[in-house]
Design a protein around this ligand. Structure first.
Ligand code: NAD
Length: 492
């Protein structure tokens, strides 16, 4: 079914080539590149493709805007953020369509999750900014002392392509609420919603230079942004490989970096779990956003007694999943984001089989009527040894690898075998056991009887190869964007 573009979406795309957003203005500059529609491989729009020149302009604008933005009372920044949230609520349908078109996501997901959940982030940090403690008195004998908290200055942000809208807001909103100015490099694959948000922020009254967006690739824009001497902190969301490079540069520059990286999440399913419900939820975890979710459950560590039954029920759910065009409201799973991503997923399927995995549900390219040339893949399940490549490496597609276990200690050992540490889940009706096992899994987030649990106030982040530097979505995230200074006066 073909859904027409909303007039505001058509108008936005018609302004192609879409420029950067620097110093409160749409800013052409540099070369241009096509943004591809994952549904059929057609060109959605051309976008500006920047370089060090645009990075320098954006950082200078952010540096110039910083003193006045930081000096504003927190309540004024909060009011502006709430105004932006209100405007986004009015434009939610437009944002949902842009996000669906750019990433290929099912429109029901962008309408029901991405857009409202991103807007809730703005409300959360806007309120937090008015309640935060910017000065903390210290009780020290003979010294009048306090910790004073102040924003850093220009903060750089680099994002991946899988949740452009939500990750943008999870990143920049706490920084802005705390009084920093920002320069954003969205993924070159999915820059559209970020450019739209920057324009909205400006229309809502954010001063010029507070929010800047430079589109381009890692080498041309990401690297000069990370290395820029006026950037006081960096936040990066993306692969562990690129995260390590960003961390190295920030380490040399002695600036803090927040790294939200890749994962290979496990679901440990005990024999007392509700098999039907668990199978359905795990199948849903790998079809949500077509499996392009850093924290999702891609290793299913299942007790031998229920292994066959869970595998078969999950396979049935996956077979029944409706694959289709993102904008079709009937679609449950859209295409993956690009031809590169499709080839990567299919490559892993071949390698996994070649290494001897059992095929529980076979995958491959999927055909979708009315969408020739799209990057559609069928979900798949492999099983066998945890040493298989598909159980060790991040695939980032609608795929999971099943491993049998006999006892609790073995399950914990299999999960902790990898150096990733983003998110796992434990499934059991014995909550004492579920909590005990959750405590032993090495990851930033371990959920019980659910996978992908997100809320504002619930910290989210990774450890080891999955991340460093504080995570997102909690009061601690807000305080990460304030630097501490002690101010002390001896009394005697
Ligand atoms: P990626 O690491 O290839 O790219 C991420 C961003 O880094 C892009 O904007 C890219 O242009 C930029 N980049 C690339 N090389 C760079 C360099 N040398 N210097 C500066 N910037 C550079 O990741 P991706 O393919 O866009 O996204 C998928 C990855 O993101 C997966 O590994 C996934 O697990 C991870 N991810 C993690 C989280 C989290 O919260 N932990 C969330 C979403 C995605």
């Amino acid at each position: 079914m073909k859904t027409p573009f909303l007039p505001a979406v058509a108008e936005f795309l018609k302004a192609s080539p879409l420029p950067h957003f620097i110093n409160g203005r749409r800013h052409p500059g540099g070369a241009t590149r096509a943004v591809i529609n994952p549904v059929d491989g057609s060109v959605l729009a051309e976008v500006a493709y920047g370089s060090e020149t645009e990075v320098n302009q954006a950082v200078t604008a952010a540096q110039n805007a910083f003193p006045a933005w930081a000096a504003r009372p927190a309540v004024e920044r909060s009011i502006l953020l709430h105004r932006l949230a209100e405007r986004m609520e009015k434009e939610a349908a437009v944002l949902a369509q842009i996000e669906s078109l750019d990433v290929g996501k099912a429109i029901t997901a962008t309408e029901g999750f991405d857009i409202p959940f991103g807007i809730a982030c703005i409300r959360y940090f806007a309120d937090l900014a008015t309640q935060a403690q910017y000065d903390m008195p210290l009780a020290i004998k003979n010294i009048e002392a306090r910790v004073h908290r102040a924003p850093y200055g220009v903060c750089g942000f680099i994002f991946p392509w899988n949740f452009p809208f939500d990750l943008l807001l999870w990143g920049i909103i706490p920084a802005l609420a705390a009084g920093n100015t920002v320069v954003v490099k969205p993924s070159e694959v999915t820059p559209l919603s970020t450019l739209y948000v920057a324009q909205l922020a400006s229309e809502c009254g954010f001063p010029a230079g507070v929010v800047n967006v430079v589109v381009g690739d890692g080498a041309g824009v990401g690297a000069p942004l990370t290395a820029h001497p006026l950037v006081r902190r960096m936040s990066f969301t993306g692969s562990s490989e690129v995260g390590r490079k960003i961390g190295e540069v920030c380490g040399r520059r002695l600036i803090p970096s927040k790294l939200e990286l890749g994962g290979k999440g496990a679901a440990v399913v005990f024999d007392d779990a509700d098999v039907a419900s668990t199978a359905k939820q795990l199948a849903g975890a790998i079809t949500f956003n077509t499996g392009q979710v850093c924290c999702t459950a891609t290793r299913w560590i299942v007790h031998e007694k229920i292994f066959d039954s869970l595998a078969q029920q999950a396979a049935e759910t996956l077979k029944a999943t409706k694959i289709g065009v993102g904008l079709d409201p009937e679609t449950q799973m859209g295409p993956v984001v690009s031809a590169t991503q499709r080839d990567r997923i299919l490559g892993y399927l071949s390698r996994g089989k070649a290494e001897g995995a059992d095929v529980v549900l076979d995958g491959g390219p999927a055909e979708v009527r009315d969408a020739k040339g799209g990057f559609f893949v069928k979900p798949w399940l492999l099983a066998g040894s945890p040493e298989n490549v598909c159980c060790r490496e991040e695939i980032f597609g609608p795929a999971a690898y099943l491993v049998k276990f006999r006892d609790e200690a073995e399950a914990v050992e299999i999960v902790n075998r990898l150096d990733y540490g983003l998110a796992n889940s434990v499934w059991s009706t014995d909550l004492a056991r579920a909590n005990r096992v959750a405590e032993r899994l090495v990851a930033g987030n371990n959920w019980v009887n659910a996978h992908n649990v997100f809320a504002y106030g619930l910290p989210y982040g990774g450890v080891n190869r999955s991340g460093l530097g504080g995570g997102v979505n909690s009061p601690a995230t807000f305080y990460d964007y304030l630097r501490d200074a002690t101010i002390a006066r001896p009394l005697a």
